[in-house]
Design a protein around this ligand. Structure first.
Ligand code: DAH
Length: 362
């Protein structure tokens, strides 16, 4: 048989349209089958053999021969796929190099004991621990999102200029409204999700209290204070009778715990579409205790984050009645917070993979 002799039977010309048709169909199906051998059991192939008996006697031999050719063609497909499977040994997708590369040509890896947790992740643990003790839970943000969570759910009207403040990276994939999926520019994308998830608990007297850390992305001009990729942690607190004083006290307590010293705060009015009123918060420089240093540009104060009382439209969109409940939110940059703790002068060190930088935090 042709398959056994190894001849390639590609694109045979079949004389019988029925067989030609079946050949096309079965080859196409074989291409998508994981186990190619299953194609030999196809009902269409068996049906062709069944046809033989219905044909005029003098046609039967030719027809039968052509089915055999088709079967041989399919067997050859199966054999070829099995050879292919044998030629490629399974790979270890967790290996940090291509396992087909000879041992002496593989990259030299550091011993795993020499690895360490990234300083930002180490500090994030500290941040979350403080908030756990204050009664917050934590949930991670996400790294791909849609226009609704990035803007509309946060009370940015269509075409509003404030959207330009959050210039991020877009993918070619689209959400169900035909907008490109984006790399989120802030962790506020989680506000609507958290409100919806916990709105029912409010009626049971349980406040919504959640911190949401995540990696965020912006199309920035890079310098010592601006990175395209950085970390934020969002805070969200909703209950009856929550006010801006609660917000400031909560954040002052957090900062004093984090820096292990009494931190002063200063708020000034700001604008965010998703909070009303909105503030920008500055803290007394934890590095020089307001004496003036390079970290605080000699001013004694450092602007750290945006915060405010959650806008009624944002609460409503999240299924929370703004006539009954109020809440506060903040979005704080983790990188900036950590830079001030250790006197790190350039935010780009964090993503630089420079071991001499990273090893200082082991
Ligand atoms: N999302 C804002 C930003 O990245 C920060 C922010 C401001 C978050 C006010 C908030 C908020 O939750 O209430 O610039």
């Amino acid at each position: 048989m042709a398959a056994a002799s190894g001849t390639i039977l590609s694109n045979m010309n079949y004389q019988y349209p029925k067989i030609a048709e079946a050949a096309e169909l079965l080859k196409a199906r074989a291409a998508s089958l994981e186990n190619k051998a299953d194609i030999l059991k196809a009902v269409e192939l068996r049906a062709l053999y069944g046809e033989i008996a219905t044909l005029p006697v003098d046609e039967r031999a030719n027809f039968g021969k052509e089915i055999n050719t088709l079967k041989a063609e399919l067997e050859q497909l199966v054999a070829a796929s099995q050879n292919e499977a044998e030629a490629l040994p399974p790979i270890d997708i967790t290996a940090p190099f291509d396992t087909n590369v000879a041992a002496d040509k593989r990259p030299k890896l550091l011993p795993s004991e020499a690895g360490s947790i990234h300083p930002l992740m180490q500090e994030l643990e500290t941040v979350l621990d403080i908030f756990y003790r204050m009664g917050f839970t934590a949930i991670e943000s996400r790294e791909l999102d849609d226009e609704y969570h990035m803007f509309s759910s946060l009370n940015f009207p269509d075409g509003h200029p404030a959207r330009d403040e959050f210039d991020t990276f877009m993918t070619v994939q689209q959400d169900h409204n035909g907008h490109p999926l984006i790399a989120p520019a802030h962790t506020s994308i989680m506000q609507n999700r958290m409100l919806r998830a916990h709105a029912d608990n409010l009626a049971k007297g349980e406040p919504i209290a959640v911190v949401i850390p995540g990696r965020v992305f912006r199309n920035e001009d890079l310098d010592a204070r601006h990175e395209h990729t950085f970390y934020q942690f969002e805070g969200l607190y909703v209950d009856k009778g929550v006010n801006a004083g609660n917000l400031l006290a909560t954040f002052k307590t957090f900062l004093s715990e984090y820096y292990q010293q009494d931190i002063e705060i200063k708020s000034q009015p700001f604008y965010f579409p998703f909070t009303e009123p909105s503030f920008e918060l500055a803290l007394s420089c934890p590095f020089c205790q307001k004496k003036g240093c390079n970290i605080c540009s000699q001013s004694g104060w450092i602007e750290l984050l945006g915060m405010g009382m959650i806008h009624p439209n944002v609460l409503r969109e999240g299924g929370v009645d703004p006539e009954v409940y109020t809440g506060f939110a903040w979005g704080c940059g983790l990188d900036r917070l950590v830079m001030m703790k250790y006197g790190i002068e350039d935010v780009r060190h964090f993503e630089s993979a420079r071991l001499d930088f990273l090893r200082q935090f082991v």
